[in-house]
Ligand binder design. Structure first.
Ligand code: PLP
Length: 395
């Protein structure tokens, strides 16, 4: 009988566990190699070991805990190579600064995570790497922005906070036709809900701080895909120093084992909450791609087969005062400007992630004073719905 290709839940539990080859103790759970350096018997042994990927010398160069995570997320995303970094921004910096040079150009979505946009517009520009930011859903605009020096198209599967989607298969086709790489930040979806490499992207990255670790207790970032791009990113990471610690890697590795279960719960809970909020008279607009009212609902149905993740936003008619009353009226959901943990949390984009943007820029993005973003957790759905219902009823 031919062996079945393991599913993502199986891979999440088993992949990477044997990175230390059951070295000394045969521990069932991968130990934490909390060591900055590794010891050798002799110069001859050092010569033998140096440069061999399964051996370790100094943790900035490599360590079994980040290596295990690279194996695991590489398998989940279906990529040939992976690099784990200290934060999502360290992974993005390694991907871009490790691979692009002065004179290169990239086309990027104009709705990127704010710090990514700053990196691209300010920091890359200082090194002579130029970018054109476009409406990534307008494929003609993407095509028109491509220049002879363009090397990369950069986007996020879903934008923050309105969960607007990028058509990854269409962008992959465009990139291929022009000999460019497509790099997708998939942090809002996770490989359980969407796998950009399988749809033609060349590279995928995550802030693993979000769904992959999932418990709001570890920072990290991962780049997966084209082995040459990943190798150059690794080289840059070693020189710039963005390597992850063994403990953060271990926490992320442990969190990732339940990724498939969590993503199903986040998605089901978010859909139920979105449907409830949409019916409330105080709510002007809800953004959740699982709702028929979302502008990218048809694309979501085409791209996501197992749910639309746990991120949604809604706008209250009553502006800032009502948003503030809602946030204070919630009994379980906490106000925290990050996302994707097991506990439901809310954020206020105009005051947090998009604080630096002008009133006109926010209005153009459809982000208002009354807009609240929800990262729906994995609590019992009745409790989440009740919490928002009572907070909305008090407005
Ligand atoms: N990409 C996205 C979509 C994010 O939301 C974030 C952080 O919020 C990042 C990248 C950066 O990740 P980190 O905060 O782990 O550096």
């Amino acid at each position: 009988m031919t062996e079945r290709t393991p599913g993502l839940s199986t891979l999440a539990v088993h992949s990477g566990n044997d990175i230390d080859h059951g070295m000394l103790t045969h521990a069932k759970s991968l130990p934490i190699y909390q060591s900055s350096v590794f010891v050798y018997d002799s110069l001859a042994q050092l010569d033998e070991i140096a440069g061999h990927p399964d051996n370790y010398m100094y943790t900035r160069f490599g360590n079994p805990n980040p290596a295990a995570l690279e194996q695991l997320i590489g398998d989940l995303e279906g990529g040939e190579a992976a690099l784990f970094s200290a934060t999502g921004m360290a992974a993005i910096s390694a991907a871009l600064l490790g691979n692009l040079s002065a004179g290169d150009h990239l086309v990027a979505s104009r709705e990127l995570y704010g710090t990514t946009q700053t990196l691209i517009e300010d920091d890359l520009a200082r090194f002579g790497i130029r970018a054109t930011l476009v409406d990534i859903r307008d494929l003609a605009a993407v095509q028109a922005a491509i220049q002879p020096t363009t090397r990369l198209i950069y986007t996020e599967t879903a934008s923050n906070p309105l969960v607007r989607l990028s058509d990854i298969p269409a962008l992959a086709g465009l990139a291929r036709a022009h000999g460019l790489k497509l790099l997708v930040d998939n942090s809002f979806l996770s490989p359980v809900l969407y796998r950009p490499l399988a749809e033609g992207a060349d590279l995928v990255l995550h802030s693993t701080t979000k769904y992959i670790s999932g418990h709001s207790d570890a920072m990290g970032g991962i780049l997966v895909g084209d082995p040459e791009w990943v190798a150059r990113a690794r080289r840059y990471q070693i020189t710039s120093g963005g390597s992850a610690s063994p403990f953060e890697s271990w926490l992320t590795f442990r969190g990732a084992k339940t990724l498939a279960l969590r993503m199903r719960a986040h998605s089901a809970n978010a859909l139920a909450l979105a449907e409830t909020i949409e019916r409330h008279p105080k709510v002007a607009r809800v953004y959740y791609p699982g709702l028929a009212s979302h502008p990218d609902h048809a694309l979501a149905r085409r791209m996501f087969r197992h749910g639309c993740s746990g991120m949604l936003s809604f706008t209250l008619d009553g502006g800032l005062a009502e948003a503030d009353r809602l946030i204070r009226g919630l009994r379980r959901a906490v106000f925290a400007p990050s996302l994707a943990g097991v506990a439901t949390s809310v954020s206020h984009p105009a005051k947090t992630s998009h604080r630096a943007q002008s009133a006109q820029a926010l209005a153009a993005l459809d982000i208002h004073d009354g807009t609240v973003r929800v990262s729906v957790g994995i609590e019992d759905v009745e409790d989440i719905v009740e919490d928002f219902q009572q907070a909305l009823d008090q407005l």
